[in-house]
Design a protein around this ligand. Structure first.
Ligand code: AGP
Length: 614
C-alpha cells in the first residue's frame, strides 16, 4: 500500500515530508519521492529503494529551502509498472507546473492514456497515476483553476484514488482527494499536513480531519475547506489522535516485529479486563447489545485475508463449538466472485487488522447489499472498513508497524473467543459451568504468554538450527490446522522459504512424497486433544521417511527416547484455547529464523502492510 504525505507552511518542508514518509515505511514500498514548489518552479526528487536513497538525492541538491512553502511526498509499492525511477511518484505534467502523488488503482487508465496521447500528451512511465496528472492538466488549461480542473478530472476516473496535487501557479494550496483509499488532514498553527495514515503526523499535530470517500480538501496553511465531488462545502468534525511517538518507535527492540510479539501479554490482559469484568457476569462489549446482534441470526459467515483469514478459521471452530450455529469462512478475494446464500438471517463478520484491505471491504459491501448484519473486527476503528459496518469491535492493540501480523492476530483470536462466549451466553445453549471454566482459563492466558516469552531463547536456538533448510512443513489437526497455516505464512513471508501447512491426516494422501532428510516438520498438537495419538502416528510416518521433527505442544510429554529432534513446550491450555498460546512460538520461530538470515524482518520484499488493491 503506498504512502502519501503533504505539507503547506513555513517550516522545513523536505524534513517534514521525509519524517512523515519514514513513519509510513511500515506499509512496505520499493521507491520514494518528493516534490517541492518554490518561487522558481516545481522540483521533483525520486529514488529507488529505501528512503535514505532519496535523502541522499536531496542532500546532493543542497536545497535552498527558504522559498519553499509546500511539498508532497510518496512511498510506492509497485502495482502498475516495475519499481523504477520513472515509475516512482511524484508525477509531473508535461509543462512541469502540475504535480501529484497517488495511492490506489485507476481501473480505466488505459483508455484515458490512449485518449490523452491522441491529444498530444507525453507519457514517461508505465503507471496508471500518470494518466491522472495529464487529465487534470488538460482540464486546468481550460479552467485555469486547480480546484475546478481536479473536480472535472476525478469525475472521469474509475477505481480507488487518494491524491495530493500541487500547481506552481497556485502555491497557496494543496488539493487532497479521497475515493476508496485513506487520506487524512493534519491541522497545525499556520501550517497544515496531509497523510495516508496517522503515524505520518505523530510529533507534528494531534488534530486531524478524516476525509471520507468522494471528498476533497483545499488545504491552505491557514485554513482547510472540505468539499464533496460536486464542489459543495462540507462541515467536517476535527478529531484528536491518540498515537504517541513510542507507538511507532522500536523502544530498544531490534525490530518492530519482536517488539510487537512481546507486547502481546499486556494487550490481551487489557482486552480481557475490558470485556470480562467478573467471570460470573456476561461478557461485555461497550457498543454491542448481544441480543440485538444475534436476533434472527441463523448463519454466520466470516470473510478475511491472510493472517486474519487464519484467525477466522479458528473462530469457526470456537463459534460452532460454543453456539451450535453454522459458520462458514471464505477468503474475501473468493467471496467477491461466488454466489452466496447471504440474507437478512446472516451475520457477516469482516476481520481486518488495517481495515483497508480492498478484498475484505468489497466482500462486506456485497454481504451488506444482500441484507446481512455486518460486524467488523479491526485494529483501526478509524479505517475505511468501519463505514460499512453495523457493529464494530476494535482490537485496541496499538499501531502494528511490522508487515508481519503478530499482536493483531492474538488480539483477533482473543476477541473472537470472547465473541463466541458472548454468543453462547446469549443463546443459553451451553451449561453455564462450561462457559465459566473457559472464561477462567482465558484469564490465565496473559501470564502463560509471559512464560513463553521468557523461554524465547530456546525457540531462537531451534530456529537457528534449521535456518539452512529451504522448505518447511507445518502439521496439525482440528482447531490448530489454522495455527499451522499461520506458522507457515509467518515463516514464508519474512524468510522467503517455501513453508506450507498440511492437515496431518492428509499427509499419507500425497504430501508424504515430499518427505526426506531435507524436509523439517513442525508438528503442532495439544496433549489433551482427542487426536493426540493420531498426531503421534502421523509424526511416526514422517520420522520413518527421515524428516526432521520439531514438536510444538503444550505439556511436558517426555520425548520418548529422542523421538522428536526438538521440542518447544508451552504451558498447559485446553485445546479450544491452545491456538491463542501456540501463536507466540510460531511467531518467534519465524522471527528468529529470518533474523538469523539477516533479512529485512519488518519490511519483507514484495509485501505491504495493507493490500488496498483487489
Ligand atoms: C500477515 O502477516 C500479512 N501481513 C497479511 O497476510 C495480512 O494478514 C493480510 O494482508 C490481511 O490484512 P488485514 O488484516 O489488514 O486485512
Amino acid at each position: 500500500m503506498c504512502g502519501i504525505v503533504g505539507y503547506i507552511g513555513n517550516n522545513a518542508v523536505e524534513e517534514i515530508l521525509l519524517s512523515g514518509l519514514k513513519n509510513l515505511e511500515y506499509r512496505g514500498y520499493d521507491s520514494a519521492g518528493i516534490a517541492l514548489n518554490d518561487n522558481q518552479g516545481i522540483d521533483v526528487f525520486r529514488a529507488k529503494g529505501k528512503l535514505n536513497n532519496l535523502a541522499e538525492v536531496l542532500n546532493f541538491k543542497h536545497l535552498e529551502t527558504k522559498h519553499i512553502s509546500q511539498g508532497i511526498g510518496h512511498i510506492r509499492w509497485a502495482t502498475h509498472g516495475k519499481a523504477t525511477i520513472e515509475n516512482a511518484h511524484p508525477h509531473l505534467s508535461n509543462d512541469g507546473k502540475l504535480v501529484l502523488v497517488h495511492n490506489g488503482i485507476i481501473e480505466n487508465y488505459k483508455e484515458l492514456k490512449d485518449e490523452l496521447i491522441s491529444q498530444g500528451f507525453h507519457f514517461f512511465s508505465q503507471t496508471d497515476t500518470e494518466a491522472i496528472v495529464h487529465l487534470i492538466d488538460r482540464e486546468y488549461k481550460k479552467t485555469f483553476s486547480l480546484e475546478q480542473a481536479v473536480i472535472k478530472a476525478i469525475a472521469m476516473l474509475k477505481g480507488a484514488f487518494a491524491l495530493c496535487i500541487m500547481h506552481h501557479n497556485e502555491p497557496d494550496k494543496i488539493i487532497a482527494v479521497r475515493k476508496n483509499a485513506p487520506l487524512i488532514i493534519g491541522l497545525g498553527k499556520n501550517e497544515n499536513f496531509i497523510a495516508s495514515d496517522i503515524p505520518a503526523l505523530v510529533g507534528k499535530t494531534q488534530k486531524i480531519i478524516h476525509l471520507d470517500d468522494n471528498e476533497l480538501a483545499i488545504v491552505k496553511k491557514d485554513k482547510v475547506i472540505v468539499k464533496n465531488f460536486k464542489g459543495e462545502v462540507l462541515n467536517k468534525a476535527e478529531e484528536n489522535i491518540q498515537i504517541a511517538q513510542d507507538d511507532i518507535t522500536k523502544q530498544g527492540y531490534k525490530h518492530f516485529m519482536l517488539k510487537e510479539i512481546c507486547e502481546q501479554p499486556q494487550i490481551i490482559h487489557k482486552m480481557l479486563a475490558e470485556h470480562i469484568e467478573m467471570p460470573e457476569q456476561p461478557i461485555h462489549f461497550d457498543n454491542i447489545n448481544m441480543t440485538d446482534l444475534m436476533e434472527g441470526v441463523e448463519k454466520i459467515e466470516i470473510v478475511a485475508c491472510g493472517t486474519s483469514l487464519n484467525a477466522a478459521q479458528i473462530a469457526q471452530y470456537m463459534m460452532e463449538d460454543l453456539t451450535g450455529i453454522s459458520v462458514t469462512i471464505e477468503p474475501a478475494s473468493e467471496y467477491i466472485y461466488k454466489r452466496h446464500l447471504t440474507n437478512n438471517k446472516t451475520l457477516s463478520i469482516g476481520i481486518s487488522q488495517s481495515g483497508e484491505t480492498a478484498d475484505t471491504i468489497t466482500a462486506l459491501k456485497q454481504a451488506k447489499a444482500n441484507g446481512a448484519k455486518i460486524l467488523v473486527i479491526t485494529n483501526r476503528p478509524d479505517s475505511s472498513i468501519v463505514r460499512y459496518a453495523h457493529y464494530v469491535l476494535p482490537l485496541n492493540a496499538g499501531i502494528e508497524v511490522s508487515v508481519a501480523a503478530t499482536k493483531s492476530y492474538t488480539a483477533q483470536l482473543t476477541m473472537l473467543c470472547l465473541l463466541s462466549l458472548a454468543m453462547a451466553e446469549n443463546k443459553q445453549n451451553m451449561e453455564r459451568q462450561k462457559i465459566l471454566s473457559i472464561k477462567q482459563e482465558l484469564l490465565t492466558l496473559p501470564i502463560k504468554m509471559e512464560e513463553v516469552l521468557s523461554s524465547q531463547r530456546e525457540i531462537k536456538k531451534c530456529a537457528e538450527k534449521y535456518n539452512k533448510y529451504k522448505n518447511f512443513i507445518y502439521l496439525a489437526r482440528g482447531i490448530n490446522i489454522a495455527t499451522a497455516q499461520e506458522g507457515a505464512l509467518k515463516l514464508k513471508e519474512i524468510s522467503y522459504i517455501n513453508a506450507n501447512s498440511y492437515v496431518a491426516g492428509e499427509l499419507k494422501h500425497g504430501p508424504i512424497a515430499l518427505l526426506d532428510s531435507n524436509m523439517p516438520i513442525l508438528a503442532i498438537f495439544s496433549q489433551n486433544s482427542k487426536t493426540y495419538e493420531k498426531m503421534l502416528s502421523n509424526c511416526e510416518e514422517a520420522k520413518a521417511r527421515q524428516a526432521h521433527l520439531i514438536a510444538l505442544t503444550n505439556s511436558s510429554i517426555e520425548n520418548r527416547k529422542g523421538f522428536f529432534d526438538d521440542m518447544i513446550i508451552v504451558p498447559e491450555l485446553s485445546e479450544l484455547l491452545s491456538p491463542l498460546l501456540f501463536a507466540l512460538p510460531i511467531q518467534l520461530f519465524a522471527y528468529y529464523f529470518a533474523d538469523s538470515l539477516n533479512l529485512d524482518v519488518d519490511q519483507p520484499r514484495n509485501l505491504a502492510k495493507s493490500v488496498t488493491v483487489e
